[in-house]
Every structure is written in C-alpha cells, then in structure tokens.
Design a protein around this ligand. Structure first.
Ligand code: P1T
Length: 381
C-alpha cells in the first residue's frame, strides 16, 4: 500500500518555480562553468562538477524521497557505490549480502579488493553467518533488499543493530523497492543508495545513481568524493530524473499490482518450479517483507521446469517482455541472470545461491496485468 502522502511528495520533490521567469520546471543549466565577478566571488556555483542548479534540484528531490537531510547524484548506480566504498581504508572489512547485483560484486571483488578492503559475502537471512563474519575490523555492512536476483528479504533493523554494535556504517541499496515501498533510513540505515537507472528513472533511458544520508559529516565526506572523483550526472540526465520522479508513486502502484498478479499466476502454473516474490505468502521472509516494506515492488524471479532448451524456447515464444538487462522501466523485461546480469558472479557462488540455467528474472512493467499473464501463459504452454 502506498502512503497517500507519497503521491503529493513526489510531484513536488526538489522543485521550486525558477526565480527569473517563474518556469514551473527546473531549467536545464547546460553549462560547465560560471562567470565570477572577482577571483572566487560568484553566485554559489563555480564549476559544474562541483555543483549545477539542475543537479542541485535533483539532489533535493533525492533527499525528500528518502526523508533524509541530504541527497547526492552520481553518473550511475555503481558510481554511487564506488563513492561510498571510498569512505573506507585499506584493511577495513565489509560484510556484504551474498545475493547482490552482479556488477556490485564485481566492483568489490575485482576493483576494491586489490586496495586491501576485505569483502565478506554472507547469507544475511542466516544470522549465524553474519555473526561469524563480524570482527573488530568491520566498518560497513552492505545490504541489498530485496536481493537481486533471488528476492531474499533482509532484516534492516537487525543489520542496523549489528552495525551499531561495531560502530560500523549500514548501507542499504534500496533500488529494488524504490523509496515508495521501503524507507531504510527509518529502519536504521546510515546510507541509502539507488541505481536511479531503475525505478526512479523509470523509462529505460538514463543511467544514474543516488546516495541519501542524514548525517552532515557523512554527507560532507561523500560529497568530497563526488567532487574530487567527479562521477556526476549532467544537467540533461538530472532534468529527466526530476521529471521521472513526479510519476514514481503512480508507476510503483501499477508495477506492484501487476507483479502480484504475475507471481500468483506463475506459482500456480504446472511448468513453473519455484517463484520468488516477497508478496507471496509462500516466500520464506513474507512476514518480514510485510513489516519492513509498505509494498512488494515489481520484480519477480522464477525457475522454469525442464532444461535450458526449454528456457530458450520459452524466451523465443514470449511476447511483450523483451529480453534485456536492467529493470524498473515502464515496459516489462525478462533477464537470464546466469548468462546476463550475474555472469560475473563466481560460478561456485552462483551454484550455491541457485542462480542456474532455469532461473529467469522479470521486471514487471505498467502494461495491463492481464496482457502480461496472457503472454507468459502462451509461452509456457
Ligand atoms: O547500472 P547502474 O546504474 O550502475 O546500477 C548498478 C546497480 C546497483 N544496484 C542494484 C540493486 C542494481 O540492480 C544495479 C544494476 N542492475 C542491473 C543492471 C540489473 O539488470 O540487475
């Protein structure tokens, strides 16, 4: 259920009429630099990597979406993640949930591990594994919930307690829920992160990332990385995201309605082996999902019965759903995690997690739910 206040919040987040003309939409300030009246005397902007009025409005909108004090915009979700990891020093340890987006694991294992940051991947639905991984060097706990692609639900409050005990930071990648269905900051997260390429962008036409925090000191540190390393979005992307945010609540309501319909249909279908959707009562963390999320969002994964040839035949026959990476757009997509988004996950871990040849992940769009079910039904039959 969407909080009715969210419909109003997203329409107005970050946007004020422009001062000179009264334009209701924030203009695209397509400029790299700003004229100064004397050295270091200017109107608050000196160079667009450091700040740009269109991006400023977007960052205010990000803060409003997660109900925190500060938002920071990045050129991609991974750029946002990189800025957060740069808070750490060599020797620091991060506990990461085992089922994360393939690119997140790749960033940690293949780029940051060589600087001496230690990443421990554990199943965070199993507290024994988390407790065994905690040490005095734990500086960060990294949660993605629901997870990508298996839709496990991780208890944010519980992870926040572990983080507090170690004086570590709790980071929550809130991409799959969107700010509409989950507020990690209220549950104890220090840093909330999004790939805005997904639901926040919503139209499969932008790559972007966001970091949201309330602590001023933390904000200043991440803002320094944003400025010093420079992975910022341009004004056009910022404008498009501001426009997208206005429809976030109405889009999420339809994504969820359709996803529930599709997940229930798949669960009852004889050619489907298992369905992963936090909104199904059969989901192992259904009660937790109900308590920490206000809706179950639009991602559904499932295992098809049969072998890989059956999977290829299914994909060949499937209409409406396009075979593509990414998620959260208005159009429905189907993804094969093992060969696409999660191909970089070490094979042994993929097998252990259950990301195999028969697993498919659906990003449920905002088309008519009956049309989606009919397309899936025909391909299955
Ligand atoms: O692609 P980018 O904007 O850099 O975002 C990375 C990212 C971060 N976090 C989560 C939970 C994600 O799902 C992603 C990107 N995911 C896909 C491209 C995908 O198809 O799963």
């Amino acid at each position: 259920m969407i909080d009715s206040g969210d419909y109003t919040k997203v329409v107005h987040a970050g946007v004020k009429p422009e001062e000179m003309t009264g334009a209701i939409m924030t203009p695209i300030f397509q400029t790299s630099t700003y004229v100064q009246t004397a050295p270091n005397e200017h109107k608050g902007w000196d160079y667009s990597r450091a700040g740009n009025p269109t991006r400023d409005a977007l960052e205010e909108a990000f803060a409003a979406l997660e109900d925190v004090n500060y938002g920071l915009a990045f050129a991609s979700g991974l750029a946002a993640e990189q800025a957060v990891i740069q808070l750490l020093d060599s020797g620091d340890e991060v506990i990461v949930c085992d089922d994360v987006y393939g690119g997140t694991g790749r960033l940690f294992r293949q780029l940051f591990a060589k600087y001496g940051i230690v990443f421990k991947f554990v199943d965070m639905t199993n507290y024994g594994q988390v407790e065994a991984a905690l040490s005095d060097k734990t500086k960060m706990i990294w949660v993605e919930t629901p997870t990508n692609p298996l839709l496990k639900v991780i208890d944010i409050q519980k992870m926040s307690q572990y983080a507090k005990d170690k004086k570590a930071l709790l980071v929550v990648d809130n991409t799959f829920s969107s700010p509409i269905f989950q507020s990690p900051h209220k549950l104890g997260a220090d840093i909330v992160l999004h790939s805005t390429t997904k639901y926040i962008g919503g139209h499969s036409d932008i790559i972007g990332g966001a970091v949201m925090v309330s602590d001023e000191h933390l904000y200043e540190k991440i803002k320094f990385v944003q400025f010093a390393a420079g992975a910022t979005p341009g004004p056009i992307e910022s404008f498009l995201l501001l426009r997208s945010i206005k429809t976030l609540a109405v889009r999420m309501a339809k994504h969820e309605e359709n996803a529930l319909q599709v997940a229930s249909f798949l669960e009852a279908h004889p050619k489907v082996d298992s369905v992963f959707y936090p909104g199904l009562e059969s989901h192992p963390q259904y009660d937790l999902a109900k308590s920490q999320m206000s809706g179950f969002s639009g991602m559904v994964s499932f295992n098809l019965k049969g072998d890989y040839t059956d999977v290829l035949n299914f994909l060949d026959k499937l209409t409406i759903f396009e075979l593509a990476e990414s998620l959260g757009g208005v159009e429905s997509l189907v993804n094969h995690p093992e060969k696409m988004t999660h191909a970089s996950v070490p094979e042994a871990l993929r097998q252990e997690l259950g990301i195999g040849p028969n697993l498919l992940r659906l990003s449920i769009g905002i088309e008519d739910g009956n049309d989606l079910v009919e397309a899936l039904g025909k391909a299955l039959d």
